[in-house]
Design a protein around this ligand. Structure first.
Ligand SMILES: [Zn+2]
Length: 327
């Protein structure tokens, strides 16, 4: 009897690892975590080569590199969307052309024999920041990543907002002006088309071509880091490109406050690093456009804390959350 109990407890104690995977545009990362830890006991990083065949095989290989036989309870994945987190199917992500209606979760479960849960990278970064980063202790959180696009994640009343179809929280495609610039998604006037990195540069180049003066020349590889440097040296046009992006971002976030009423706003992504150039005009615009000033009381506006690990740690949080739901 004692031996029997001992045997059972050994088996239970052995099944403790969670694997998290982050599928990015350039790299696939996989890591294995012990309970209550955010420091991986194994980590593997490989090139995604997203536009070339064999992405799934590279993903399986990355998971195998951190796999521990008999010890893994589940796998969580942060993947580019659009995808359906309820069914684990990637719909038609532009980043990985060969994944068209691709049943990623089912195929991985078939391969590894454990439950697999996934959601899009921005939702996972928001979940990661909530559980382990800048949003800890908050019940209502809006996360925005501003880089080549704009992605969003929402925690509402201590739950990740996924929606009926799993397509909730697509904050980058909040419509600001139907006659606005072309968005990365093919529609017009979404907040991404005003305030993402490429949108800021596009506006700057348009103004240059229209005859506005700047210390910088129009250049196809111009980035927001160069614009920020010029703005800090007093370049009026570069400064106004960030002011405009901040102005529209304030309008979008005024909408988000009215919908989600968060206690914390978290900004991640490379463009957020420019700081006051973007965020001073943003805050002015937000105060001007918000429906009621009470939304701003005790509102924490902060930078993301997890950096490149946000998606991976969000995937870890998702897998742990789902295994508790099913326990
Ligand atoms: Zn869009």
């Amino acid at each position: 009897m004692l031996l029997g109990r001992f045997g059972v407890s050994v088996i239970i104690a052995a099944m403790t690892l969670t694997i998290a995977v982050d599928i990015g545009g350039t790299h696939i990362r996989a890591a294995a975590y012990e309970p209550n830890s955010t420091t991986p006991i194994a980590h593997h990083k490989t090139r995604s080569l997203a536009d070339q065949p064999g992405v799934f095989d590279r993903l399986v290989e990355a998971v195998k590199q951190v796999w521990q036989d008999g010890q893994v309870t589940g796998i969580g994945i942060a993947s580019p969307g659009p995808l359906d987190p309820h069914t684990g199917v990637i719909l038609d992500t532009p980043n990985i052309p060969e994944w068209d209606n691709f049943p990623l979760a089912a195929k991985l479960t078939e391969q590894f024999g454990v439950p697999v849960h996934l959601d899009n990278d921005a939702n996972m970064a928001g979940l990661g920041e909530w559980q382990y980063g800048a949003g800890q202790g908050h019940s209502d959180l809006v996360y925005l990543t501003i880089s080549t696009g704009i992605g969003g994640g929402v925690i509402s009343n201590n739950r990740l907002l996924q929606g009926y179809r799993g397509m909730g929280g697509e904050l980058g495609h909040m419509l600001i002006d139907p006659n606005g610039p072309l968005c990365g998604c093919g529609k017009h006037g979404h907040i991404e088309s005003f305030s993402s990195g490429p949108s800021i540069v596009r506006y700057f180049n348009e103004q240059l071509n229209a005859g506005q003066k700047s210390s910088l020349r129009s250049h196809p590889n111009l980035g927001t880091a160069q614009l920020a440097e010029a703005a800090r040296k007093g370049d009026t046009l570069a400064t106004s490109a960030f002011s405009r992006a901040g102005h529209y971002l304030g309008i979008a976030v005024a909408n988000f406050l009215a919908i989600f009423d968060p206690s914390v706003l978290i900004f991640g992504g490379g463009v957020s690093q420019v700081g006051d150039l973007l965020f001073k005009p943003f805050e002015e615009s937000l105060r001007k456009h918000v429906f009621h000033p009470h939304y701003m009381d005790d509102l924490v506006i902060t930078k993301a804390a997890l950096g490149d690990d946000a998606g991976l740690l969000g995937a870890l949080a998702l897998a742990r959350m789902k295994s508790n739901e099913h326990a």
